[in-house]
Design a protein. Structure first.
Lengths: 115, 117
């Protein structure tokens, strides 16, 4: 089974801090994704990466950056955390398009609170 | 641009009753369609997917969905629900041939299913 592990289930930070959310997958997937989930808004894509050192903006990239130095690890960075970034963050991974349309596999999420 | 609309934000249903969660989509190109389930304090799990072929798709836990191209719908059904089905359900689409190296999903806003004993 694919396992996507997010380093923290719950995280509390202060406004202005630099925050790192880490995600590791163990299935050698090329694609990795970061979403945020808010009540009534569903999942919105922040950034995704289809290869090491490659990244693409999703629908809501403002205030975030990402890093993918190794294939198995995809980090989400909040450069200067603000209260409107309080949310649930979900990481996912998948094989690339063309591989029998393998679905995205999700981690359990990090619930981040910015005070 | 593509979009997914889940018509009900909350659906309460009695145990052992049937349920239908509605999903409509909009896209100018062909799509693949998915239903995911999220149990409390967990990530999303794939329930089922429609890629091509038979329009009736069967998934895990007794769920099924029917793809209707003319009505641009992909409604999720279960003939008899259990307490353990209480969760949030997300409909999602991927555009066919969405680009080399990418696999982007567009999600609906979710439907919370509450099964009442």
């Amino acid at each position: 089974d694919v396992k996507v592990t997010q380093s923290s289930r719950y995280l509390v930070k202060r406004t202005g801090e630099k925050v790192f959310l880490e995600c590791v997958q163990d299935m050698d997937h090329e694609n990795m994704f970061w979403y945020r989930q808010d009540p009534g808004l569903g999942l919105r894509l922040i950034y995704f990466s289809y290869d090491v050192k490659m990244k693409e903006k999703g629908d809501i990239p403002e205030g975030y950056s990402v890093s993918r130095e190794k294939k198995e690890r995809f980090s989400l960075i909040l450069e200067s955390a603000s209260t409107n970034q309080t949310s649930m963050y979900l990481c996912a991974s998948s094989l690339p398009t063309g591989w029998s349309n393998q679905p995205q596999h999700f981690g359990d999420g990090t619930r981040l609170s910015i005070l | 641009a593509q979009s997914v609309t889940q018509l009900d934000s909350q659906v309460p249903v009695f145990e052992e009753a049937p349920v239908e969660l509605r999903c409509n989509y909009s896209s100018s190109v062909s799509v693949y369609l998915f239903w995911y389930v999220q149990y409390p304090n967990q990530g999303l799990q794939l329930l089922l997917k429609y890629l091509s072929g038979s329009t009736l798709v069967k998934g895990i836990n007794g769920f099924e969905a029917e793809f209707n191209k003319s009505q641009t719908s992909f409604h999720l059904r279960k003939p008899s629900v259990h307490i353990s089905d209480t969760a949030e359900y997300f409909c999602a689409l991927e555009r066919v041939n969405s680009g080399a190296g990418s696999y982007q999903l567009t999600f609906g806003k979710g439907t919370k299913l509450s099964v009442i004993p």
